[in-house]
Write a protein of this length. Structure first.
Length: 195
């Protein structure tokens, strides 16, 4: 199993089990004349309060007192480096930037991924991310409904709400937009006493 799948499984399990723990979430919106970006960051922390090396199970306790048990797969490197009192931090960020393109190009979709695991002998952890870029055609603009219809590289269409009337005025049938979606997940373990 690839590290990406392992990290995703660990992250999903972690987030799902401590979702009620009220993670720290920050959202930021930046607007320019022909571009809008929305960024979000969610961070969760927990302390290792139990380790069962035989079953590769770790018990975590959030700052709010919620206790979670996670099974760590054999693909996760450096399990033996975990210690009671270690702090596990999971950070998930995502961003979407939508830009009106100045020059017309080919409708396209590209995706690239990145991943990194901790070095042998270090505390467990790693990062993974992906970036998806879509260039789509504007096939309709509805000023009354405040929507724009985009047609993507696979022929699918999507209607997007455009709340800003000035932005909507600048969009015309035949224009193109570029949407870049990025997401990243980082899991790190800090030794006890170094908080």
């Amino acid at each position: 199993m690839k590290a990406t799948k392992v990290m995703t499984i660990v992250a999903v399990a972690f987030f799902a089990q401590i979702a009620l723990a009220q993670p720290q979430t920050n959202v930021e919106v930046t607007k320019g004349p022909d571009q809008t970006t929305v960024k979000g960051l969610t961070r969760m922390m927990a302390t290792v309060v139990g380790i069962d090396k035989t079953t590769r199970t770790v018990t975590l306790k959030t700052h709010e007192g919620k206790v979670v048990e996670l099974e760590v797969t054999s693909e996760a490197r450096n399990f033996d480096q975990l210690a009671l009192g270690d702090t596990v931090t999971v950070a998930y960020s995502e961003a979407l930037t939508v830009s009106l393109m100045k020059k017309k190009g080919e409708v396209a979709l590209t995706e690239r991924g990145t991943e990194q695991r901790s070095a042998p002998g270090a505390k467990p952890g790693g990062t993974l991310g992906r970036e998806v870029t879509v260039i789509a055609d504007v096939v309709a603009v509805n000023h009354k409904a405040k929507t724009v219809t985009l047609k993507g590289p696979k022929g699918n269409t999507v209607d997007l709400k455009v709340e800003d009337p000035e932005r909507l005025k600048r969009l015309h049938k035949g224009d193109q937009v570029e949407a870049v979606y990025t997401e990243a997940l980082a899991i790190s373990v800090e030794p006890a006493g170094k908080k």
